[in-house]
Design a protein around this ligand. Structure first.
Ligand SMILES: [Zn+2]
Length: 243
């Protein structure tokens, strides 16, 4: 943690937008983020039906070494770390430039929700966190698995089970469901999309209650007058008979 604070203290504030900070040398990348940020923020606020309630702070790493010292989970392109700091990997400005905008939006969704209810120590299941962020980003974060991959996994008996609480205590990782991480994101995205498609008014009510820190299952049943597991069963039924 001390290490993280030391690195972040060296970051510079971007003159044109003080929401963006950068590792010395990464000003051009930071400027690119600043140019995308207004639309990205608006996209998240529209998807969550509510403005940001706290400061947006984005930290652009110019080197892999910097990113690795700030984000401990391997193989990520971005993450929100303690104190609601959104960290971007240099990969997004080099080999994965097409992912910069969708991943920025995806992480801003995590930040938006986290500023209201905290991160991952709550009743909200991880599949919902990831599905919502991917939905807000119009698929950003779920690019590496297809719908066919998601369906094949379900047919093989590997699917997220919404009846099982998977919050911080257990079953919060893709492998707990027998899924690779990309298929987990894809399934999560499609589950949350289905809930919105089914009835957007109910989805909005549910999501606003959730953001008011109402328990996930209570907020869901208030809006949908059914459990999330029963509601999503309709999704699995149509999915498996359609193919
Ligand atoms: Zn995510």
């Amino acid at each position: 943690m001390k290490d993280r604070a030391q690195i972040l203290n060296r970051f510079e504030v971007l003159a044109q937008d003080d929401r963006v900070r950068f590792e010395p040398g990464a000003q051009t990348q930071a400027e690119r983020v600043a140019s995308l940020l207004p639309a990205a923020v608006a996209q998240v606020e529209a998807a969550h039906y509510r403005p940001f309630v706290g400061a947006v702070r984005i930290y652009v790493c110019g080197t892999e070494a910097c990113f690795k010292r700030l984000v401990y989970t391997p193989n990520l392109a971005a993450a929100v770390v303690p104190e609601n700091r959104l960290i971007l990997s240099p990969r997004l400005f080099m080999q994965e430039t097409q992912r910069l905008n969708p991943i920025l939006v995806h992480e801003l969704s995590h930040l938006h929700l986290g500023l209201q209810i905290g991160h991952y120590d709550h009743s909200v299941p991880i599949w919902f966190h990831e599905g919502l962020a991917t939905l807000a980003a119009a698929g950003g974060g779920a690019e590496y698995a297809s719908d066919d991959d998601a369906i094949a996994a379900i047919k093989a008996g590997h699917q997220i089970m919404p009846a099982v609480r998977d919050s911080a205590i257990k079953r919060h990782r893709a492998e707990d469901w027998g899924l690779n991480i990309h298929v987990f994101y894809r399934q999560s995205w499609r589950m949350v999309s289905y809930l919105r498609q089914l009835d957007e008014d109910k989805f909005r009510q549910f999501l606003l209650e959730l953001q008011d820190n109402v328990d996930f299952d209570i907020a869901f049943s208030d809006a949908y007058t059914s459990s999330v597991a029963r509601t999503l069963q309709g999704y699995y039924d149509t999915l498996l008979t359609a193919r």
